[in-house]
Ligand binder design. Structure first.
Ligand code: UFG
Length: 343
């Protein structure tokens, strides 16, 4: 029997590239669509180096309805879609809200149109713990109320989940939305990882870039939170653990095991770590001393959030396996590998 074929949008990005590798290693054929707005074409070669298989690739913008319809007309053998392609920078979304709404909503709508026209019945959607804001209760479960968004980025994730709720109800389409907590780390091979353009917004790339000498000093945003050491707490999760959950979600839908049209799962480890915990872990595994200073809080940051993972553990049979130290050592290995290769 022919392999199942999965369209991975945003497949050259951070989580997308790791998921493509896991899919290939589990016997799926992959076709990537990416506009390369925040990733590099070279990622395809690195994926092929790991898996031994070059994924099919098309470069275009999924927010363009005509191009997306044309893609589905040319590729009428797709069994399922994993939709990563989206803008994802919280701060940028505050400055350019319309870009975020146009890009993130329009590409989902165009994909759903294609699914309807070509009877493709399964989508895994990249959602985020940002939909919870600062939850009233921790750990946060999937049933926690969705509060007003803190950013246009977060709002697009909430709106996309709502679009999926109604569309999966009216059309023969199933979706699984995976709410990621804080994905970090890189593939063990150090051939793929996070490639932030310019100055990183996120903690871990900033740590590794500071340690390697690309940045002078890490600013720790606030040490006056109501947490054990005063710095903010997040649920950091290894990107390969996240990638593996996508393969399980695809298998669940293709195997007809979904229990409702739209299922939603938290993807976290269930453990919260403070910014200082992350720095300590980095120093421990790398043997490097990190240059950092405490500065005021970053506007828009929540104090603490970590996942209740029981629903994903029980229903998907998935559990995050990698420790914080493993996450940090893989991120460091990746940063060091970048020194010796053209990016
Ligand atoms: N932090 C610093 N210094 C930095 C960068 C981050 O102290 O230079 C701190 C932040 O204040 C926060 C923690 O490190 O307490 C994690 O920050 P990140 O920017 O790495 O991650 P966030 O939790 O802010 O954001 C992530 C994703 C978003 C998602 C959000 C949901 O990047 O896409 O989680 O909470 F929306």
């Amino acid at each position: 029997m022919a392999n199942k074929k999965i369209l991975v949008t945003g497949g050259t990005g951070f989580i997308g590239s790791h998921t493509v590798v896991e899919l290939q290693q589990n016997g799926y054929d992959v076709i990537i669509v990416d506009n390369l707005s925040n990733s590099s074409i070279d990622v395809l070669d690195y994926i092929a180096k790991i898996s031994g298989i070059m994924p099919a690739f098309e470069q275009f913008d999924l927010a363009d309805g005509k191009l997306t319809a044309g893609f589905f007309n040319r590729n009428n053998n797709i069994d399922g879609i994993i939709h990563f392609a989206a803008f994802k920078a919280v701060g940028e979304s505050m400055a350019k809200p319309l870009d975020y709404y146009r890009n993130n909503l329009q590409s989902l709508i165009n994909l759903l149109e294609g699914m309807k026209t070509h009877a493709i019945s399964n989508m895994v959607f990249s959602s985020s713990c940002t939909v919870y804001g600062q939850p009233d209760e921790l750990p946060v479960t999937e049933k926690a109320p969705i509060k007003p968004a803190w950013s246009p980025y977060g709002n697009t994730k909430q709106m996309c989940e709502e679009i999926l709720r109604f569309v999966t109800h009216s059309h023969p389409v199933h979706a699984i939305a995976l709410r990621y907590f804080n994905p970090i780390g890189a593939h063990d091979s150090a051939l793929i990882g996070e490639l932030p353009l310019g100055v990183p917004n996120n903690l871990v790339p900033f740590i590794t870039q500071t340690a390697i000498g690309k940045r002078e000093c890490l600013s720790v945003f606030g040490n006056d939170y109501n947490t054990s050491d005063g710095t903010a707490v997040r649920d950091y999760i290894h990107v390969v653990d996240i990638a593996k959950a996508h393969v399980i979600a695809v298998e669940r839908m293709l195997g007809g095991r979904s229990k409702s049209e739209l299922e939603i799962f938290n993807l976290g480890t269930g453990t919260g770590y403070s910014v200082l915990d992350v720095i300590n872990s980095f120093e421990r595994v790398s043997g490097e001393k990190l240059n950092y200073k405490i500065v005021p809080r970053r506007p828009g940051d929540v104090e603490m959030v970590w996942a209740d993972t029981r629903f994903a553990n029980d229903e998907l049979g998935w559990k995050a396996e990698k420790s914080l130290d493993e996450m940090m050592s893989s991120a460091w290995k990746w940063e060091k590998a970048l020194v010796t290769r053209p990016v």
